[in-house]
Design a protein around this ligand. Structure first.
Ligand SMILES: Cc1cc2nc3c(=O)[nH]c(=O)nc-3n(C[C@H](O)[C@H](O)[C@H](O)COP(=O)(O)OP(=O)(O)OC[C@H]3O[C@@H](n4cnc5c(N)ncnc54)[C@H](O)[C@@H]3O)c2cc1C
Ligand code: SF4
Length: 492
């Protein structure tokens, strides 16, 4: 971490603080707060063992100011500091507060580049400068060239940059899933569990069982388990969903990478090594590496390029409230129920559950994208605004009008049925298009397209679906839209 690399162990003090402002600016999942506070306390212990002086402020310390900025000001006074070193924060909100602090602090504050990312904020801005259209695929190719990952000279390994077309298999119940590695809470984590249970009762989510890794060593063990048991099938079943399998072949490491317990480039080099040794197929290795050096870096670049206005984007002008069932899971729609209950219990859902179930429904229903954004930021253990906001507002809600994707990820029940087993236990019938037992995604899909024709009608990728809509009789169109209106009034 750049602030630690730049610090001097013999004279500097490392400040770490658990503050209420960070824990409550959205009602973060109880498991997420536990994970972060416990990982912080473990890291403080490791630093002390390595002879660093650590000023660690616990949430319940009497003099806790409640904010990171307040803690920096206090520490400067208490330790008589003559300079402050900070690694640039991951959220615009904090970046702004630090800027304001710099103006009133009596000592210089140096903001250091976060070198845990492959592409710095200024490098991304240079890459984007002058391009007519920003597309992840081209950025990703540059990151492959820059890192040399999966390259064969100056050509991509296997002759293609992207093997996504091979990664769309549904999963059967006959597959064997080891799932993520689980860890028993130690004394530090047990203390935090009591603290969170006491102080954050009204926050979303089930607190126990808590099994996340909270140290680098354990996070590496979790990665190793994924490499051995999940990675070989990661590509094939990347988009699949099953009611009784929350994790399938996914890594469940975003929380560790985003919190700094795992280094993204080291993770990718490990994945490449498995491919080179012939232990995983190219489609899995490439698919995985693309998510990290492609999507993860790209969304961060977009975030810093477009903030602070980005958060206010609302291309469709949506204003509906987020349905209450996003917090309770109480809905007859089996797919949404499964994804939300799993989110409540695990602080986790994989990408397609986030994109094509909860995200897809919110967009079709016309929910205010800011409300959707706040939900995603609160409920996942890996959620930080720099990564969550572009994924939610851009990729899943198309609220940026197409900056992150060339068309909205809108789908009817047919897609969910193809990629999951949810529909077989649902009260609604996925094959029915209209009427009270029809799958709501079916008529909401058409209602969404009809409602937004002015905004989407010229999108060439949507031309075939608008042609299908135009071929429907006026009566059919009207009754689809009436079904949608009736349903939305009853649910939202
Ligand atoms: C609406 C929505 C909100 C999301 N919010 C977040 C978020 O707050 N934090 C977050 O880390 N990811 C977010 N994602 C991206 C992705 O869903 C998660 O990174 C992934 O599900 C984490 O689980 P995993 O570690 O098992 O990932 P895997 O499926 O095993 O993927 C491997 C790794 O690739 C990276 N990755 C994959 N897809 C993305 C992506 N689109 N953007 C950035 N990194 C990616 C992650 O680091 C992940 O650990 C969001 C996606 C959507 C559609
Ligand atoms: S029938 Fe529709 S609502 Fe029910 S699980 Fe399938 S897609 Fe979801």
């Amino acid at each position: 971490m750049s602030s630690l690399s730049a610090a001097d162990r013999d004279q500097d003090v490392v400040l770490m603080a658990e503050v209420l402002e960070e824990a409550t600016y959205v009602p973060h999942h109880k498991k997420k707060i536990t994970f972060l506070f416990s990982a912080m306390r473990h890291f403080a212990q490791e630093l002390r063992e390595a002879r660093w002086a650590v000023d660690y402020v616990k949430l319940d310390d009497a003099k806790n100011s409640g904010s990171l900025i307040g803690e920096i000001e206090l520490a400067v006074k208490n330790h008589g500091c003559d300079r402050v070193l900070v690694t640039e924060p991951g959220e615009w909100r904090l970046s702004k507060s630090l800027e304001e602090l710099t103006n009133r602090l009596s000592v210089p504050l140096t903001l250091l580049v976060d070198d845990r990312f492959l592409c710095s904020r200024s490098e991304f801005a240079d890459w984007a400068d002058g391009r007519k259209q920003l597309r992840m695929e081209y950025f990703y190719r540059d990151m492959r060239r820059k890192t040399g990952l999966l390259m064969d000279g100056d050509k991509p390994e296997g002759g293609k940059w992207n093997f996504d077309a091979e990664n769309r298999n549904p999963a059967g119940n006959d597959l064997d899933f080891a799932g993520p590695k689980r860890f028993e809470p130690d004394a530090i984590t047990t203390d935090i569990l009591a603290l969170v249970s006491d102080r954050f009762t009204d926050h979303f989510g089930t607190l126990e069982p808590f099994w996340f890794a909270v140290t680098r060593r354990d996070a590496e063990a979790a990665l190793q388990q994924f490499i051995e048991s999940g990675l070989p099938s990661f590509g094939d079943y990347q988009d699949a969903m099953l009611s009784d399998e929350s994790f399938l072949f996914h890594a469940v490491i975003a929380l560790y990478i985003n919190a700094g317990l795992l280094d993204p480039l080291t993770v990718c080099r490990r994945i490449e090594e498995e491919f080179r040794k012939g232990r995983v197929p190219l489609n899995s290795a490439e698919g995985f590496i693309r998510q990290i050096i492609g999507w993860r870096e790209y969304v961060r670049g977009i975030y810093w390029l477009k903030m602070p206005d980005y958060v206010n984007q609302n291309f469709f002008g949506n204003s509906r409230q987020l349905p209450a069932f996003y917090w309770s899971g109480k809905t007859d729609m089996a797919c949404l129920r499964a994804c939300i209950e799993q989110t409540r219990d695990e602080a986790y859902a994989h990408h397609i559950q986030r994109l094509m179930v909860t995200g897809n429904f919110a967009m079709l229903a016309g929910v205010d994208p800011k409300a959707v954004h706040k939900w995603y930021l609160a409920v996942y253990s890996d959620a930080y605004e720099w990564v969550e906001l572009p994924n939610t507002l851009g990729m899943s809600q198309f609220a940026d009008g197409g900056l992150l994707g060339s068309k909205p990820y809108a789908a009817s029940g047919n897609y969910i049925n193809k990629m999951s087993d949810y529909c077989s236990s649902c009260r609604y019938k996925v094959k029915e298009k209209q009427g009270s037992i029809a799958c709501p995604f079916n008529y909401l899909y058409w209602d969404f397209l009809a409602r937004n024709r002015e905004r989407l009608g010229n999108n060439p990728r949507l031309a075939p679906v608008y042609r299908t809509w135009d071929r429907m009789s006026e009566d059919r169109k009207k009754s689809l839209q009436e079904d949608a209106a009736r349903f939305l009034i009853s649910q939202v």
